[in-house]
Each structure stands twice: as C-alpha cells, then as structure tokens.
Design a binder for this molecule. Structure first.
Ligand code: GTP
Ligand code: MG
Length: 171
C-alpha cells in the first residue's frame, strides 16, 4: 500500500458517499519533482484505483505559471525540492499564498520534502520550521520526507503521523 492509496482510503472514508470522486491537487515549483513523484506512486500497485475515482490536477507554480484554474479539491499535495535552498523562500511564499486561497480553505495539505537522497537536502523538520508550518491550525497537514527517485518515504507505513483534524475552536 503506498502513501497515495492510503490517503485515498482515508479520503474516501471521509466522504459521505464512498464512490464519490476524490480530487487531488499536486503542486510545487518547477523542478520540485511532481512528475517523478507521480510516476513513482503509479508504478506501485494501483489496480484498485479506477480513473473515475481519482482526479489529479497538476499545477506548476513559480514565476511564470500561476495557479488560477483549479477547482476545490480534497487534498493538496505540495512538493518541495529539499536540496534547492536557494528557492526555499520562493516556495514558502508560493505555499503561503496558495493556502490563503479561498478555494483551498480547510483542504488538507501533504508536503513532500522531496529529494532526500541528495546529500545537500534539508531535513523535513528544518523545512517545516522554515515554512512556519506549526502555525497552521485551520487544516490537517503533514510533512513527509521522501525521494521520488528512489521511492523512499512514499509508503504508507511511514505515513502514520497524518494527524486528526484539529478540534474546532470554541465560538
Ligand atoms: N535526486 C533526486 N532527483 C529528483 C527527485 N525527484 C525528482 N528529481 C529530479 O528533479 C528533476 C525534476 O523532476 P520532475 O519530476 O520533472 O519535476 P516537476 O516538479 O514535475 O517539474 P516541472 O514539470 O518542470 O514543474 C528531474 O531531473 C528529476 O529526475 C528525487 O527525489 N531525488
Ligand atoms: Mg513535471
């Protein structure tokens, strides 16, 4: 069971009707590893995933392409190149802007701290800290260290820390 399937099963359980389509938005700066990640996930056994149940939108963000066309999604996957420190600020800003989008309000976010196979990669904890993720209390979020290239970190056994939704704050 890979992380993708695990998430799908969680998302389906959260749906009122389990057969309803699950929409996942996959985002990140160019070169972050989105395509590689998707290929790694897809090369695993995905036989019980039928196309009608999963709809993936790819969005590149960064200087040229801006997110404008996505619809409300069930899960937002954000991919970060952990070795590209020069772009940490840029990717952090993009993520912050993204999370302010009304359409993504309350949508769970899974951050892949990708390219952990590179010696220069920053650890996921450092990335989480740099992005001030601990201040994010209005949605479910998770940082996952991974290497889309080697497949490390994309298995569900490493993904047991996806926290329950935060308790709704008192009125
Ligand atoms: N070392 C290493 N390289 C990776 C990893 N994931 C992706 N890459 C490399 O990073 C480059 C970009 O990967 P892509 O998957 O094309 O990135 P992308 O986010 O789809 O990029 P765009 O389509 O341009 O937005 C490629 O050369 C990949 O081989 C990883 O986990 N480790
Ligand atoms: Mg790509």
């Amino acid at each position: 069971v890979n992380i993708f399937q695990g998430l799908l099963s969680i998302l389906r359980k959260l749906k009122s009707t389990p057969d309803q389509e699950v929409r996942i938005l996959l985002l990140g700066l160019d070169n972050a590893g989105k395509t590689t990640l998707l290929k790694t996930l897809a090369s695993e056994d995905v036989t019980h995933i039928t196309p009608t149940q999963v709809s993936l939108s790819f969005v590149n963000i960064g200087s040229e392409k801006k997110v404008t066309t996505y619809k409300c999604d069930d899960l937002c996957i954000y991919v970060i190149d952990s070795a590209d420190r020069k772009r940490f600020e840029e990717t952090g800003q993009e993520l912050a802007e993204l999370l302010e989008e009304e359409k993504l309000c309350g949508v769970p976010v899974l951050l892949f701290a990708n390219k952990q196979d590179l010696l220069t990669a920053a650890p996921a904890s450092e990335i989480a800290e740099g992005l001030n993720l601990h201040t994010m209390r209005d949605r479910i979020w998770q940082v996952q260290a991974c290497s889309a290239l080697t497949g490390e970190g994309v298995h569900v056994s490493t993904f047991c820390r996806f926290p329950p939704p935060p308790p709704s704050s008192p009125p």
